[in-house]
Write a protein of this length. Structure first.
Length: 74
């Protein structure tokens, strides 16, 4: 599974839109579009904050490690 598929799955679980993620991370929606389309991956700062959003109030470390492993394997 690539990072983009992982991200799409996480977004579906929480019913999050690309626009909402972009707004919360203070990045352009086109940046999130690139992540979702597999054209780029987030920088460490954005990945950490993305995982905080996706953790939905829980500890984000597990998601951060999972995403990092996927990115390193891509």
């Amino acid at each position: 599974m690539g990072f983009n598929n992982w991200l799409i799955n996480q977004m579906e679980i929480l019913n999050l839109s690309r626009s909402a993620i972009a707004r919360d991370l203070e990045v352009h929606k086109s940046t999130v579009d690139k992540w979702v389309n597999g054209l780029a991956v987030p920088r460490v700062k954005h990945l950490y904050n993305l995982c905080t959003i996706l953790a939905n109030g829980k500890d984000n470390l597990e998601l951060y490690l999972e995403a990092s492993i996927i990115i390193c394997g891509d």
